[in-house]
Design a protein around this ligand. Structure first.
Ligand code: GAP
Length: 508
């Protein structure tokens, strides 16, 4: 589906809409309606269940969204968190340099200096995308953080956090104290991050306020033992730098056993596999649409040593898009915050070495992934729109319909209540014919529907207290005893967790 068509559908169903729509909207900001909010929370819970399920030593915390200036100075964001911006000297519109250079340089401008970008803009007489005149300026580095006046005097400077990761780094000393004082130690956080994007576009892809789910794993680089033998037979869709430089777009499928090397250590591979599996098995993205895109030295974020982006091919946006990533950040973060705060953030390992822990970061953009769930799983079935959301992510798990409102409505309402109390998200619907009600539920991604009919309520019926359970995907209809419904639906919609694998004591 094209992005406009998909967006129109999501707006009509109350999934999302522009912030301050009443006033014409605000660029890069979106609000979620009931269906969108519930889906977003479900995706967040699925992420938590999967990644915190990887180890008993991974915990989830919350952190303030406003950070004092000292934090973003130490983290490097004040200095480095910039995008090259060009402005039009005729109409004064501002653009990101990579977007205006897109036609002549589709690979983007990562790794180029502002001077090199400027030369390209001028030499190619690039026209302003707004007024069409070739009067674009030389790029300047534009810092993407939102600054705030903090406190009553307004003299203290603070910033909205540009990545949730910073809250986890700030929490490290406290988490070390309250935890087992042992590595690895995982600190996960799901929350808002804010970036003053120069050119917010592609809806949920370049927002100014968005939600990240990030797990920071603090570890000893000499001893981060993972059960690698459990994943050696997995094959991953890799697009490595070498292949990219030959102009390849599609990934090659490589066995994990063949990827093990000093450049791709076991701890990195193990978490890369589980990130890939999360997309394949939990978000149910067809594996042919996924690729793991290696970032080169010049493309990587300033803090990264190894970076593979998880990209998914999205029809609505015409190609592969980054939805998450696995970053090996080395000791960059704790070293910088140690220096910035003047506190010693080193720790003593079990074998008596004093080290600054390294960080492996698993990052995931919740909004982008919500869009991907719409792109990948919404389709047409004749006249109908069908949202084949994975049952575990469905915001509403079952629709409950009385065949006839008057005769079966009371029973259906009581059943809806009973299912809700049992922990099932059930929605009662009595409006219109059964076909219309199925169609509404199909469009909202509801995996099951239950119909209450004469047989369910008749005193003398052999089918008394049984209902028709319809499965959205198979279209099968089963007669199910009322008492079995909740367990059956809860089982089918349970959040998947990674298989239990106790960490080995020694490297394998
Ligand atoms: N802590 C690492 C970090 O923030 P990033 O690549 O800048 O790395 C991580 O962002 C994820 O956050 C991305 O993979 C993407 O899913 C999401 N993301 C980043 N910028 C975004 C934006 N402007 N709008 C929506 N999602 C965004």
């Amino acid at each position: 589906m094209k992005s406009d068509e998909l967006y129109a559908l999501l707006r009509r169903r109350g999934v999302l809409w522009p912030t301050a729509e009443l006033y014409g909207g605000a660029q890069g900001l979106y609000d979620y309606g009931p269906l969108g909010t519930a889906l977003k929370h479900r995706i967040e819970e699925a992420w938590s269940a999967w990644f915190l399920g990887l180890s008993d030593d991974y915990y989830r915390i919350e952190g303030a969204e406003i950070l004092p200036e000292a934090v973003v100075r130490a983290s490097g964001h004040l200095e480095n968190f910039t995008d090259p911006e060009v402005t039009c000297e005729s109409c004064h519109a501002a653009f990101r340099a990579d977007t205006v250079l897109e036609k002549i340089r589709p690979e983007g401008v990562d790794g180029l200096t502002p001077a090199q970008i400027g030369e390209m803009v001028i030499a190619n007489r690039i026209a302003c995308p707004k007024c069409g005149r070739p009067t674009l300026s030389v790029p300047r580095a534009f810092n993407m953080m939102f600054g705030l006046d903090f406190g009553v005097t307004g003299r203290e400077r603070a910033y909205l956090r540009p990545e949730t990761a910073q809250s986890s780094y700030l929490a490290f000393p406290r988490m070390w104290e309250v935890g087992r004082k042992a590595l690895p130690l995982g600190v996960a956080l799901i929350g808002r991050a804010y970036r003053n994007e120069i050119a917010p576009r592609q809806l949920l892809f370049r927002m100014r306020a968005f939600t990240q789910a990030e797990l920071q794993i603090f570890f000893d680089p000499e001893r981060f033992v993972v059960p690698i033998s459990t994943v050696l037979d997995e094959t991953l869709p890799m697009l490595r730098v070498g292949r990219r430089s030959k102009g390849e777009e599609s990934p090659e499928w490589v066995r994990v056993a063949d990827l093990r090397s000093a450049a791709l250590p076991d701890f990195y591979l193990y978490h890369l596999v589980h990130t890939y599996r999360f997309y394949r098995d939990v978000l149910r993205i067809p594996k042919e649409r996924i690729r793991l895109f290696e970032k080169s030295d010049s493309e990587r974020a300033f803090y990264n040593r190894i970076q593979y982006d998880l990209e998914v091919h999205l029809e609505s946006l015409g190609g592969y898009k980054e939805l998450g990533a696995v970053h090996y950040r080395g000791d960059y973060d704790l070293t910088r915050h140690g220096t910035g705060s003047g506190k010693d953030l080193s720790v003593l390992t079990e074998d008596g070495r004093r080290i600054v822990p390294h960080v492996l970061e698993l990052t995931f953009g919740v909004d982008r992934n919500l869009w991907a769930q719409a792109d990948v799983h919404i389709g047409r079935d004749g006249e109908r729109t069908l949202w084949k959301l994975p049952p575990a992510l469905a915001p509403v798990q079952v629709g409950v319909f009385p065949l006839l409102k008057k005769e079966h409505g009371g029973y259906a309402r009581a059943l809806t209540h009973e299912l809700t109390v049992a922990g099932v998200v059930a929605e009662y619907d009595e409006a219109g014919g059964i076909g219309k009600r199925y169609a509404r539920m199909d469009e909202a991604g509801v995996p099951f529907c239950v119909t209450i009919d004469g047989e369910t309520v008749a005193e003398d019926s052999p089918q008394r207290d049984t209902v028709t359970l319809r499965d959205r995907d198979s279209r099968s209809q089963d007669r199910v005893p009322r008492g079995d419904l909740a367990v059956r639906i809860l089982k089918a919609t349970a959040l998947p967790r990674p298989p239990l694998a106790s960490p080995p004591r020694r490297p394998e």
